[in-house]
Design a protein around this ligand. Structure first.
Ligand SMILES: NC(=O)c1ccc[n+]([C@@H]2O[C@H](COP(=O)([O-])OP(=O)(O)OC[C@H]3O[C@@H](n4cnc5c(N)ncnc54)[C@H](O)[C@@H]3O)[C@@H](O)[C@H]2O)c1
Length: 251
């Protein structure tokens, strides 16, 4: 799998799954634009990629702000002369609540970042790909977008929307040489999960079919494969990467 000389955007690339994706794509030869709201973490990731011999650049991008996605794409094109791949990873979880008593503000925040933010990025990336004959996109959804989970109704609904938006993109732009897929991670040991008390993390791990959480690098590997030429006839797929979690019967 090679991304030699190609240009990739990774939203949410300053942490967790996005960070692992940015590092993997850079290690495989891509120039990577890390688009995120956390400037210091983004600069750290760029530094680590460069120290490993890769090519990366950070841009402050808030996917909830109209306009930022177009500027993000313009930045990648101006810096490296084109755009070939995009991993739309940026997203947030929600304050646990039930469907009926969720604050309107919670609904709006989650939808604006996790669903509409992803659409803003996809739209800007597709607009660019249409000028050059194609490209590939991977959106990060969630197993929580595939079945109901307790406490995160808006998040699950937004992620279900991401899966449907992926299918829509795959169908609409197949003739334009654009592939669009999504990845649905299970529970992954990213910084927010690592920050939990050891006994809580252990409880989460014990609840997984394989007795462990996933690693960000294991999601990055799926994202990279779906972006790569090795998946040249794969489009519209929502690829579970969850260690079998989705096959479990709810307790
Ligand atoms: N960790 C898991 O278990 C898990 C499971 C399923 C899906 N996911 C999804 O994977 C993606 C990455 O999650 P993670 O666990 O690596 O989280 P994370 O918090 O480690 O990384 C998310 C990144 O997105 C950035 N971000 C947040 N809001 C943004 C905005 N408005 N504009 C630009 N960047 C923004 C954050 O600054 C952060 O760097 C998310 O979409 C999440 O919903 C995670």
């Amino acid at each position: 799998m090679s991304f030699d000389g190609k240009v990739a955007i990774v939203t949410g690339g300053a942490s967790g799954i996005g960070e692992a994706t940015a590092k993997l794509l850079a290690a495989k030869g891509a120039h990577v634009l890390i688009a995120d709201v956390t400037d210091a973490a983004g600069a750290r990731v760029v530094g680590e990629i460069e120290a490993a011999g890769g090519s990366a650049r950070f841009r402050h991008v808030d996917v909830s702000r109209p306009g930022d996605a177009h500027e993000m794409v313009a930045d990648a094109v101006a810096t490296w002369g084109g755009l070939h791949y995009a991993a739309n990873v940026a997203g947030i979880g929600q304050v646990p609540s039930r469907l009926h008593d969720m604050e309107e503000g919670t609904w709006d925040l989650i939808m604006n970042i996790d669903l509409k933010g992803m659409w803003r990025c996809m739209a800007a990336e597709i607009e660019q790909f249409l000028t050059t004959g194609g490209g590939a996109i991977v959106n990060v959804a969630s197993g929580a977008g595939m079945r109901a989970t307790v406490g995160q109704p808006a998040y699950g609904i937004a992620k279900a929307g991401v899966i449907q938006m992926t299918r829509q993109g795959a169908l609409e732009y197949a003739k334009d040489g654009i592939r669009v897929n999504s990845v649905a991670p299970g529970l992954i040991d990213t910084p927010a999960v690592k920050a939990l008390p050891d006994d809580v993390r252990a409880m989460y791990a014990a609840g997984q079919p394989g007795g462990r959480l996933g690693e960000p690098e294991e999601i990055a590997a799926t994202i990279a494969w779906l972006l790569s030429e090795e998946a040249s006839f794969v489009s519209g797929l929502n690829h579970l990467t969850d260690g079998g979690w989705f096959q479990m019967s709810p307790a």
